[in-house]
Design a protein around this ligand. Structure first.
Ligand code: C2E
Ligand code: CA
Ligand code: CA
Length: 849
């Protein structure tokens, strides 16, 4: 059945019961015998209506209750018959209903339910056991007990059945479920009521109703005692219940507490683990003592936790970092800052430095006063080390470990600033350049070169004071900052010490090696604005030292500066000199010593400066070399010389053709197209290549020994002769000599000029001539100024001579005149052929510029 249909039939059902109730009531009134309406019945009605429905006996620990009125109704059934009981039930129900509901239908229904149920009970009992009053009179018999049971059961079934049906229909729920859920338990009260009624009925029949009624006060006392007892029980039960809820609550509370404490324990353990392992942690008291230190920190510091406890924080921190750290801690304690982070150093038990990042915050007590500081300490030594390495690499030379240019420039800046502020403060810069490093590198290999630089660096370090800085600027260049020197003599003293130290042999893998350095010195007293200026001037002085013969030092003075400025001007002029035709070769005759005849000339560059007059090559060749202008300059001299030679060869008919010696510089020698260019010049001049002698200094060859041999071979292949210039002055390596395809050795004039006074020089010249003879090479002696020189050289079997004894370098006209004069005075070899001479004159004029 749908709940809606149930609700629809609820009302009709109620009315049906009301009608039945009314009918039962009317029937009972009609059939009520006067006999039944005795004094006893009236008394029972009065008692029932006055207190019956208000006296309720609660059954402990059970929802059920026994209404006394129910018992009275059943009692009246037992004593006075069905009709009397029905009417009493009706009256009682009517009154009780008024207490519960104001709705008439509800009141009518409730009353009718009791009327019907009592009537039904009466009928069931009468049909089963006959007249009730008769049965009651009997002894307690099984049939009487059965009757009581059936009475309770019927009353219960009818009452609960009807009420459950009505409630279920109204609620739209199932009747059975409603009855089962809400009325099942009420059976107990009906049986109890039935048996109570049975007992009272029995008592009243044996004692008489009035005697029974006399027991009413006792019953009342027992009842109220029972009620009190019930209340107590209930209170106890309530208390028990309360206690139970309390216990339950308590248990819950305990469980919660346990859970919290477990969680706490867990988090405490977590905290412990974190405290012990993650980072170093410490609690530090306001007076800087370690209060608590975790395992990590104690491991980091190398002290046990106990050792650290109560020890002062100050003892572990690096002295240089203490001040700054204490300031921060004070600010924290005073509340100026909330926390701080600081990179500083600790010193561990092994006295090693440990870089840490400390993060500190303050914990205040309940009184608001600082309680302790919490330090979180992270080991950043690795990071610091890496940073230091990077920093070191940025400011140091990788090979020697010396400070690099950046670092010394930095320190020089500081020195320059200091010197500007204080006139008492002075400093000096040394610019050191090795004299023959390139040769070492090329002949002995880069590895040896590196070893030499490392050894040399160590010696430089030994020579300076602790406050000085020695730096490698690159290659074989070094700089020294002599800081805070009192006088210039001290700088000279240190410089001399360096030169002496460097002049001692270096032991490179068991090989002894000698070197020297040229050093330029500049002083702060000049008044520098920028560090690069003072370094530049030291560099200038160093060049001066090199120019003045190497292995020495020069102090920068302003005249050098002037010279440097002049050099710059000269460079500009030189650039234009070639185009302007100011550069011309002069010619110095070369004479055969045995015969005394002129065999050729050396072409020597001359610069006819419009303002300064004739400028010596000593002054402009190094400049041309430095600026690279030597390449076009050298070519111009070669071209002019070749053309001049062609004219003279045509002009003077000699048995052996005249030769022309031309100097070749280092820059030219390194030129890629050198060989091709030379070949072209010779071909254009229409001369035989073997009349040209290229002079190359020994050093040029030695500095690029490997590539030099190749170039020399190529030059030889075009037919020119090769001559070693200034032999004996450079990196003379006689052992290398035979490997180079030279034809001629030019003995340096320094030996020749000293020959008459210095025995050593004489023997050197003799050795060179002997050696050259054995190697099948010719010798030319430079700087032959006296007859004595000439005689000695002839004695040593030197082939040719060149010098002021014969002639100074001459311009082309004078040289030609010299040739002519020589030819007429000496022998036929130099007789100019008139016809040819005439011819040559014309050709020569074409070339004159
Ligand atoms: P060098 O090649 O050794 O030239 C010989 C130098 O000695 C010349 O100086 C010459 O005038 C000088 N001399 C000759 N005989 C005597 C003498 O008896 N006594 C003295 N005291 N000196 C004598 P100069 O012409 O001043 O040339 C100097 C240097 O300039 C040359 O030395 C050479 O290295 C260089 N040079 C000259 N012209 C050129 C050139 O065209 N190209 C290149 N690359 N270098 C050149
Ligand atoms: Ca020369
Ligand atoms: Ca020379």
């Amino acid at each position: 059945m749908e709940s809606e249909t149930r609700q629809n039939i609820a009302k009709p059902f109620l009315w049906l019961i009301v009608v039945f109730g009314a009918l039962v009531g009317i029937y009972s009134v009609i059939n009520l015998s006067t006999e039944q309406l005795g004094l006893g019945y009236i008394l029972l009605v009065i008692v029932t209506l006055s207190l019956g429905s208000r006296v309720i006996v609660q059954i402990p620990r059970c929802k059920g209750q026994i209404s006394v009125s129910d018992t009275f109704v059943l009692l009246s059934l037992l004593l006075f018959g069905t009709e009397a009981a029905v009417l009493l039930a009706g009256a009682d129900a009517l009154m009780s209903s008024f207490y519960v509901s104001k709705k008439k239908l509800n009141i009518a229904f409730n009353t009718s339910v009791f009327l019907c149920s009592t009537f039904l009970t009466g009928i069931v009992l009468k049909s089963a056991f006959g007249s009730m009053p008769e049965l009651t009179v009997q002894e307690f018999s099984p049939s009487f007990l059965l009757a009581l049971t059936i009475m309770g059961l019927t009353q219960y079934a009818a009452n609960s059945g009807l009420v459950a049906t009505a409630v279920a229909l109204r609620a739209g729920e199932k009747i059975w479920k409603m009855w089962h859920d809400n009325f099942l338990w009420t059976s107990l009260t009906y049986f109890a009521g039935a048996f109570a009624a049975g007992i009272v009925a029995k008592l009243s029949t044996t004692l008489g109703l009035f005697a029974f009624l006399a027991t009413a006060p006792i019953i009342a006392i027992i009842y109220f005692t029972y009620c009190t007892y019930l209340k107590n029980i209930e209170a106890a039960a309530k208390q028990a219940e309360l206690a139970e809820t309390h216990v339950a609550q308590l248990n819950r509370h305990i469980a919660e507490q346990e859970r919290i404490s477990n969680a706490l324990k867990e988090s405490e353990e977590h905290f412990r683990t974190a405290f012990d392992h993650a980072v170093g942690m410490a609690l530090v008291s306001p007076d800087n003592r370690w209060l608590e230190v975790n395992e990590s920190l104690s491991l980091l510091l190398g002290y046990s936790q106990a050792e650290l406890q109560n020890k002062s924080f100050r003892t572990i921190i690096h002295p240089d970092d203490l001040g700054h750290t204490l300031v921060k801690m004070q600010e924290l304690l005073e509340g100026i800052i909330k926390s701080f982070q600081l990179e500083h150093r600790y010193i561990n038990q092994e006295k090693e430095i440990i870089w840490v990042l400390s993060s500190a915050s303050l914990v205040r007590g309940e009184d608001g006063k600082p309680k302790h500081m919490v330090f979180q300490v992270q080991n950043i030594s690795d990071r610091k080390q890496a940073e230091e390495q990077i920093h070191y690499a940025a400011f140091h030379d990788a090979l020697t470990g010396l400070p690099n240019r950046t670092l010394i420039s930095d320190r020089m800046s500081i020195a320059v600033e200091r010197a500007k502020k204080s006139s008492d403060y002075k400093f000096a810069i040394l610019f050191i350049d090795l004299d023959r490093f390139k040769i070492v590198n090329d002949t002995m290999g880069h590895e040896m070169g590196d070893k030499l630089l490392i050894n040399l660096s160590n010696r430089l370090k030994e020579c300076i004071r602790p406050i000085d800085t020695v730096a490698r600027l690159g290659g074989d260049e070094f700089a020294v900052l002599l800081d805070g020197i009192t006088n210039q003599e001290l700088a000279i003293e240190i410089t001399t010490r360096i030169q002496e130290s460097l002049s001692k042999p270096f032991d490179l893998d068991g090989q002894e090696f000698f070197t020297s350095a040229s050093i330029g010195i500049s002083f702060s007293s000049v008044g520098y604005e920028r560090p690069e200026d003072i370094l530049r001037d030291a560099d200038t002085a160093m060049y001066r030292a090199k120019a003045n013969g190497k292995a020495r030092h020069e102090v920068f003075d302003l005249s050098m500066h002037t010279r440097a400025v002049e050099a710059l001007k000269l460079e500009n002029d030189l650039r234009q000199s070639i185009e302007k035709g100011e550069l011309q070769p002069h010619f110095q005759p070369i004479v055969s010593l045995p015969s005394g005849t002129i065999t050729g000339f050396e072409a020597l560059a001359r610069w006819e400066h419009p303002e300064r007059g004739l400028i010596s090559p000593v002054d402009f060749i190094p400049l041309a070399e430095e600026t690279g202008l030597i390449v076009p300059l050298g070519m111009k001299i070669l071209k002019d010389a070749c053309q001049q030679l062609r004219r003279w060869q045509v002009m003077f008919n000699t048995t052996a053709p005249l030769t022309m010696s031309v100097n070749l510089s280092a820059k030219q020698f390194a030129q890629k197209d050198l060989v091709e260019e030379i070949r072209k010049v010779i071909r254009d001049a229409q001369i035989e290549a073997d009349c040209i002698r290229l002079e190359i200094t020994e050093n040029i060859v030695m500095e690029n020994a490997v590539s030099a041999i190749e170039t020399l071979k190529q030059l030889k292949s075009i037919g020119v002769q090769l001559s070693i210039d200034d032999f004996g002055t450079g990196y003379s390596s006689l052992s290398y000599l035979h490997r180079f395809p030279f034809d001629i050795l030019k003995i340096d004039r320094s030996f020749v000029s000293r020959m008459s006074t210095d025995k050593d020089s004489r023997s050197i010249v003799e050795t060179i001539t002997t050696l050259a003879y054995k190697l099948g090479k010719s010798t030319v002696a430079e700087g032959v100024e006296t007859e004595a020189h000439k005689a000695m050289l002839s004695e040593f079997l030197c082939d040719y001579g060149q010098g002021y004894l014969f002639s100074k370098p001459l311009n082309s006209n004078d040289a030609e005149e010299y040739l002519r004069k020589n030819a007429s005075s000496k022998n036929n070899d130099y007789q100019p052929v008139e016809a040819v001479s005439q011819n040559i004159e014309t050709i020569a004029n074409q070339y004159t510029m």
